[in-house]
Design a protein around this ligand. Structure first.
Ligand SMILES: [Zn+2]
Length: 394
């Protein structure tokens, strides 16, 4: 490393997290900043004002994403941030942590007049969660940004987030560089057999649609584990028609969801699922169809930016392992436009989308410092000429 690394102001970080947590807080400190509601817009206003008071340039784009950077800079910029909207009755860290940490990193670099400070921009994305009325599944601000010409002025995106699951705590990790975000596919399985008397019809003469559906629902886990041990699957809805204890089901439906780190793994799971369904249907003398009802592609993060993030995490702690994100993030859509990576800090008890969301102060501070390290190192790696020029002219 050829530039010095300033320490973040950890007191200010924790104070700002508390301040943002008060905006939209109801009973039991649960937060209601649904995208576009008064509290969400007040939070954006607070972010905007806080950055202005620190002597930075801050502005809203056409879809209410809030950006901040140094005055009179011409880029290119490295974008850091997350979303400031929440689900109903949310915790205080999902999204908000990444936004406040990004604000802290830029202000620290600005105050130390670090050469990378001219090349950092922060963002608070609009409607990541998708619970706003009329939202098309969330990621609204980041998706709009992928079509914004301003994206051409940026050279990478890094998002810090709480894990929102139990894996890091279980494995005793302090930090996790994130390799990518799972792709998600949903399926509707439709099985058609023959309704019949459940007493007088011998097993071997039944066309039991319910049995086919149940076999697919239970087989899903084995299929996922055989193909990709890091994948997960769920049979969340099952229904029989007729639905009566003394009638062999004549028709059945199951809704399945599969998540995996690559589209290739998702393809193979889908094929295996389809093969098993046809086999089971054949054995039960039924007809069956596997219909894919939705598909979100997996995001595999940029090798260079991910490499920088992993390197700085390992320099800060030995308790650090790469992790795949099983939840969606703005980083997944931004990765289609910019070299992107993420890092996680642990979630106490694995709780998220709940007022039980918690991360220790120690981990909140460590994650923010690692984000600052990653910003400097990414600048040195992706823009070496730019920073050297600064250093020699300063
Ligand atoms: Zn989030």
């Amino acid at each position: 490393m050829f530039t010095t690394t300033p320490d973040i102001n950890s007191e200010r970080l924790l104070k700002d997290l508390n301040r943002l947590a008060q905006i939209g807080a109801g009973a039991d400190r649960a937060i209601h900043r649904i995208a576009g509601n008064d509290a969400d817009m007040a939070a954006r206003d607070w972010i905007d004002k806080t950055m202005r008071v620190s002597g930075l340039h801050s502005y809203y784009d056409a879809v209410d994403n809030v950006f901040s950077r140094r005055l009179d800079t011409s880029g290119p910029w490295l974008l850091i941030g997350s979303h400031s909207d929440t689900v109903p009755a949310a915790g205080h860290l999902d999204g908000a942590y990444g936004v406040v940490a990004a604000m802290e990193v830029l202000r620290t670099l600005h105050e130390h007049d670090h050469p990378i400070a001219d090349h950092v921009e922060t963002v608070a994305w609009f409607d990541e969660e998708g619970v706003m009325e009329g939202s098309k599944g969330g990621l609204t601000g980041s998706t709009a940004f992928t079509r914004d010409p301003h994206a051409d002025d940026l050279f990478a995106y890094i998002e810090l987030h709480v894990e929102q699951g139990p894996r890091m705590e279980r494995d005793g990790l302090d930090l996790a560089p994130v390799t990518g975000i799972v792709g998600v596919r949903r399926y509707d399985v439709a099985v058609r057999g023959q309704a019949n008397h459940a007493g007088t019809t011998p097993f071997e003469l039944r066309q039991d649609a319910g049995r086919v559906a149940a076999r697919v629902a239970t087989e899903l886990r084995r299929i996922c584990q055989d193909i990709d041990p890091a994948s997960v699957g769920n049979a969340g809805v099952i229904s029989f028609d007729p639905a009566a204890a003394n009638v062999v089901p004549g028709a059945a439906r199951v809704e399945l969801e599969v998540r995996a780190g690559t589209d290739q793994a998702l393809d193979r799971i889908e094929q295996s699922l389809s093969d098993f369904l046809l086999l089971a249907a054949d054995e039960e003398e039924c007809a069956a169809e596997l219909n894919r009802t939705s598909a979100k592609p997996a995001a595999v993060f940029d090798k260079r930016v991910y490499g920088v993030v992993e390197e700085v995490c390992r320099e800060r702690t030995d308790r650090c392992e790469p992790l795949l994100s099983y939840a969606g993030h703005d980083a997944s859509v931004i990765s289609t436009r910019l070299p992107t990576a993420m890092l996680f800090v642990p979630s106490t008890g694995g709780f998220s989308h709940s007022n039980r969301e918690h991360t220790s102060d120690e981990h909140l501070i460590l994650g923010t410092q690692a984000l600052l390290d990653a910003v400097i190192r990414t600048g040195e790696t992706l823009l070496p000429g730019l920073l050297t020029k600064h250093l020699t002219t300063v």
